[in-house]
Design a protein around this ligand. Structure first.
Ligand code: F6R
Length: 242
């Protein structure tokens, strides 16, 4: 794992946007894995600005998102589909973009089909990840098997609390989600994990300083040949410098 530490979240987002733009422009990220959550918001804003300035095009890029809540339709503002439309897809033409369908009649079949769609696209060239406070990647919560693929998962209580602000007006955070598995993520040829803020410091320490274990799903990335971590100082507080 290559670690780069930035002074703050804005600097980390700028570096991540530049990194992604460079990989796309050089033809190394034709299939891009994307994440939702608070961490990538600044990255997507910057990528949109690059497109608006004529410095970047996603028109040859196919995107696959990591995950979606089960039972939440794309027109629900709390869905990850709506997040992606608002933050990126409505503003930037992609060749194609995919996100698991949280309202599929048969979620297990949707999970298998999603995994197959990624393979049919040639696999993911560059996967953008955030990290949960509990060390999750995608919605692979602690205990998830390192050989897991796209499937239906139960969300942990801490994840449901962390994401509650996305569900206003008394809406309950769903109990389950569809997520790419740890093996699906590890199949990406390159991984960029971005972590900002002191709330992520313990998760980063467990992921990269302890032995790899399903107790911390992100620790699977220790075995990836091309994983890059962009952290701000606060998130990197418990990692000694590499
Ligand atoms: C999002 C996802 C999650 C988030 C993680 C961090 O698609 O799969 O693993 O990356 O929960 O979320 P934020 O960035 O909101 O702290």
């Amino acid at each position: 794992m290559k670690l780069h530490i930035f002074k703050d979240a804005d600097a980390a987002a700028q570096a991540a946007a530049d990194f992604i733009a460079d990989r796309i422009s050089t033809g190394n990220a034709k299939v891009l894995g994307l994440a939702t959550g608070k961490t990538p918001i600044g990255i997507y804003d910057l990528l949109r600005q690059k497109v608006a300035a004529g410095q970047l095009s996603f028109s040859d890029v196919t995107a696959f998102n990591l995950d979606e809540y089960l039972g939440i339709s794309a027109d629900n503002p709390a869905s990850f589909a709506a997040f992606m439309q608002q933050r990126l897809f409505d503003h930037v033409p992609f060749l194609a973009h995919h996100i698991p369908d949280g309202t599929a009649a048969d979620p297990n079949a949707e999970a298998l089909a999603y995994e197959a769609r990624i393979k049919a696209a040639g696999g993911i060239d560059l996967q953008l990840l955030g990290i949960g406070r509990n060390g999750h990647i995608g919605f692979n919560e602690p205990g998830a098997a390192f050989d897991s693929v796209t499937r239906v998962v139960d969300l942990s209580e801490s994840t449901r609390i962390a994401n509650a602000s996305d569900f206003p007006d008394g809406q309950q955070v769903p109990q389950q989600a569809l997520t790419m598995g740890i093996a699906s993520i590890m199949n990406a040829r390159q991984i960029l994990l971005v972590a900002t803020g002191e709330a992520k410091a313990e998760a980063l320490r467990a992921a990269f300083r302890d032995s790899a274990s399903p107790d911390c799903p992100a620790s699977a990335l220790q075995a990836h040949e091309d994983a890059v971590v962009f952290a701000d100082k606060a998130a990197a507080e418990k990692l000694s410098s590499d």
